[in-house]
Ligand binder design. Structure first.
Ligand code: FNR
Length: 208
């Protein structure tokens, strides 16, 4: 794997691109804003195993102001950008750490921004995948469950299976950031289901 998606960088596998192919754009929202984030690494590795008709944009959330209802009717540039990027996407990929047995505040802040003003949420109906990685044994299970509660309220259909509670271990990633031998099959299976889920909602194509 030589090429990896960076912040706000669309990634497509050039070799598999075809002008006649329908293309699906996925907004990838990573719930960590730290530079060496394991979750960003997971997100990057996932984008590489996606099929050529899927491209991913990393959604920037680190420059969003703290949400306040006072500013809702006069949102700043970062909030407008966030809403436009989510609104334009065919699907959503949430890759989140667990903070104190829930999702990080930065992710909740972004979700709140894009859900308002009332009646103008851009989340509604976007098919989503939820996944996360932590050094801890439960691999973000509780953060993901809290996130699913929020997505359910926002009318975001989230892929239920396979669940992917990833624990950071030796061998999960190769040196170049791609998935290691032990994890590749599971991750590819997860990606295949996510792709089917997005297509099911975008086109009514049957999920595998
Ligand atoms: C954590 N971490 C953590 N891990 C976990 O499995 N369950 C938890 O509840 C928490 N809680 C928690 C709170 C806070 C404030 C921090 C900073 C960290 C550890 C966390 O999983 C670890 O730092 C990950 O590496 C964070 O994800 P990124 O930044 O590597 O993507």
């Amino acid at each position: 794997m030589k090429s990896r998606a960076g912040r706000n960088t669309p990634y497509t596998k050039p070799a598999e691109k075809s002008s006649t192919m329908k293309h699906y754009t996925i907004a990838c929202i990573v719930g960590s804003i730290r530079k060496a984030s394991l979750n960003r690494k997971l997100a990057d590795a996932l984008t590489v195993i996606a099929p050529g008709d899927f491209s991913f944009s990393h959604i920037r959330i680190d420059d969003l102001p703290l949400y306040s209802e006072d500013n809702e009717l006069n949102p700043g540039e970062a909030v407008r950008r966030l809403k436009a990027e989510i609104g334009a996407a065919d699907g959503l990929l949430f890759v989140t750490p667990e903070y104190n047995r829930s999702l990080p505040g930065v992710l909740k802040n972004a979700i709140d921004h894009a859900s308002r003003p009332y009646g103008q949420s851009v989340w509604k109906g976007k098919p989503a995948g939820v996944i996360g990685i932590s050094p801890g044994a439960i691999g973000t299970a509780l953060a993901q469950q809290h996130l699913r509660n929020i997505l359910s309220f926002l009318d975001v259909p989230a892929l239920g299976q396979p669940e992917a509670f990833i624990q950071s271990k030796d061998g999960l990633f190769n040196e170049d950031g791609s998935f290691g031998e032990a994890s590749r099959q599971f991750m590819q299976g997860w990606m295949d289901r996510f792709v089917s889920w997005v297509k099911l909602h975008a086109d009514g194509i049957s999920a595998k």
